[in-house]
Write a protein that binds this ligand. Structure first.
Ligand code: SF4
Ligand code: SF4
Length: 222
């Protein structure tokens, strides 16, 4: 999830700063939960929150609801939301999101997008014009902070940030390796460190922080 200078320029062009407003009215059509043009990328924090909301372990929630692949540039294992055969998200039931209050940040933010700047550990929010053809850009006027409060985005920033710290530590090594070498036991170890074995009844941040100092041990084992 390394951003290029072109990405940063695009984000900055559409960036909303605290105090900025935008207009949007969601038509509640649910189209952004079906046949998405772009897969919805998860963070470890998103997966932890989904498992906790459903009252199951991360191991139980992962295989059915998410698909994994090795990132093109970072070469770390990543997860996206899985779709049913009809193109709908597996968390969509009778037109409602099963994890509505704890849905992934990408879903909660829409039509805003977010990027995490690893250079100074800061989050930036921007208008994301792709993917919604039915919401109205002439709707209610929202202040940025009001929109972020709606789904507790600020409350979960620290969880996301610490996971990015762990991810970045691993990606600094994997991005210098050949993608085809991220396989077998190493791939499983990377998945385990990033996503598995987290206790959803305990605070997330402390659990991730505890893994960061020894995260690079996965490469020693290889
Ligand atoms: S997680 Fe919820 S909000 Fe996100 S795509 Fe799935 S059903 Fe929709
Ligand atoms: S954000 Fe857009 S696509 Fe998604 S439910 Fe609202 S109107 Fe529909």
């Amino acid at each position: 999830m390394a951003y290029t200078e072109v990405d940063f320029a695009r984000f900055q062009k559409n960036e909303l700063k605290p105090g900025d407003t935008f207009q949007f009215a969601c038509a509640m059509c649910g189209n952004c939960c079906r046949n998405r043009r772009e897969a919805i990328l998860m963070t470890g924090a998103d997966i932890f929150r989904a498992a906790k909301a459903l009252g199951v372990s991360v191991e139980a929630v992962l295989p059915k609801n998410f698909e994994t692949y090795v990132g093109e540039d970072s070469h770390v294992p990543l997860y996206v939301l899985a779709e049913r055969l009809d193109g709908s998200c597996r968390f969509l039931r009778k037109g409602r999101c099963l994890i509505q209050q704890d849905k992934p940040a990408v879903c909660a933010l829409f039509p805003l997008g977010r990027f995490f700047d690893t250079r100074d550990n800061s989050f930036h929010y921007f208008m994301n014009h792709s993917g919604c053809n039915t919401g109205s850009a002439n709707g209610k006027t929202w202040a940025l902070e009001e929109w972020l409060d709606e789904f507790h985005i600020r409350d979960t920033e620290a969880m996301t940030a610490v996971w990015h710290k762990l991810l970045t530590r691993l990606a600094e090594v994997t991005c210098r390796m050949k993608k085809e070498d991220i396989c077998g036991d190493l791939l499983e170890d990377l998945r385990r460190v990033l996503y598995l074995g987290y206790d959803t009844s305990a605070p997330y941040i402390e659990q991730v922080e505890a893994r960061i100092p020894s995260a690079l041990d996965v490469f020693k084992r290889k």
